[in-house]
Design a protein around this ligand. Structure first.
Ligand code: NAP
Length: 285
């Protein structure tokens, strides 16, 4: 069996076109969705991510502001910038690119973002809203994975067993909560899981969010399962690859996401969706 690909680029194009349409409708009502992105320091990967986010906003017709600061910026100065953006009515979403320089407390900065503008979905209020089923913002990467499942007709996962590999606050844990909200039976695994393969072999859906190559191999996958690969690693040739042994697993799985061209583009797409949602909520007061 050869798995069908879930194409994150194609799905992103479709979702971004829908967002651009919503943005143009909102503009006719006097509101342009606005995203502010703050970058502190000169981390080269962060610079690429930030550029891509700003470009995606511009393509969707959003107002976007990129604030770049030297690594010597103090925590107090950064908190003051976040507060100013919280009070800026032209900005509906605020994203502070992580990682921050070591002298700045990430958690403190994220908690200073107004939950109404927390389009990355990292604020404790957003995580709590997800946990109890209230309105909030969903973390972009797992939200993108849910959209990928929806695109193959798996919006309601009642009766399905989903196994998440990884328990970070930004991917694994919110992923598990979103799968649970979609009625799946969910198992969260991590580095302390005794027999990972025994778990994944039972899964109808496996989401790998570890950051290590070949964490999921063909012998660990139930025939026909859906495999979502969040990992971003480099192979021996320096090329981008995921956590999944793609060549082997695609012969067993029913659906699989590639790396690159899978979850990666969906993350920025869901940032646009969240910013759009924030602007729509603000416009109705
Ligand atoms: P993280 O904070 O380092 O978490 C990794 C998780 O994997 C931890 O929970 C860890 O367990 C678990 N783990 C480590 N080794 C394991 C093993 N051998 N078996 C089972 N679990 C294991 O990473 P993250 O921030 O969640 O990111 C995960 C990956 O996703 C990275 O490659 C990252 O680059 C990628 N990512 C991609 C996107 C995207 O847009 N595509 C977005 C975000 C992240 P413990 O908790 O026990 O240590």
């Amino acid at each position: 069996m050869t798995a069908q690909l879930i194409d994150g680029n194609a799905l992103s194009r479709q979702l971004r076109a829908e967002v651009a349409q919503r943005a143009s409708t909102l503009k006719t009502q006097g509101t342009t969705p606005g995203l502010a992105v703050i970058l502190v320091g000169d981390n080269s990967a962060s610079q690429v991510y930030v550029r891509n986010k700003v470009k995606a906003c511009e393509d969707a017709g959003f107002h976007s502001v990129l604030e770049k600061y030297d690594a010597s910026m103090t925590e107090a100065e950064l908190l003051a910038r976040v507060e100013a953006l919280n009070n800026d009515p032209s900005i509906h979403g605020i994203l502070v690119q992580l990682p921050l320089p070591k002298h700045i407390d990430d958690h403190k900065v994220i908690e200073t973002i107004s939950p109404a503008k927390d389009v990355d979905g990292f604020h404790v209020a957003s995580a709590g809203a997800l946990m109890v089923g209230e309105v909030g913002f969903k973390a972009c990467t797992p939200y993108g994975c849910m959209k990928m499942l929806e695109s193959i007709g798996m919006k309601d996962l009642r009766g399905k067993h989903a196994v998440v590999i990884g328990r970070s606050n930004i991917v694994g844990k919110p992923m598990a909560m979103m799968l649970l909200a979609a009625n799946a039976t969910v198992t969260i695994t991590h580095s302390g899981t005794a027999d990972l393969a025994a778990m994944t072999r039972q899964a109808d859906v496996v989401v790998a969010a570890v950051g290590k190559r070949n964490v999921l191999t063909a012998d660990m996958v139930k025939p026909g399962a859906v495999v979502i690969d969040v990992g971003m690693n480099r192979n021996d040739e320096g090329k981008l690859c995921g956590d999944v042994d793609f060549g082997g697993v695609k012969e067993v799985a029913g659906f699989i996401t590639p790396v690159p061209g899978g979850v990666g583009p969906m993350t920025i797409t869901m940032l646009l969706v969240n910013t759009m949602e924030a602007a729509e909520r603000a416009s109705v007061g």
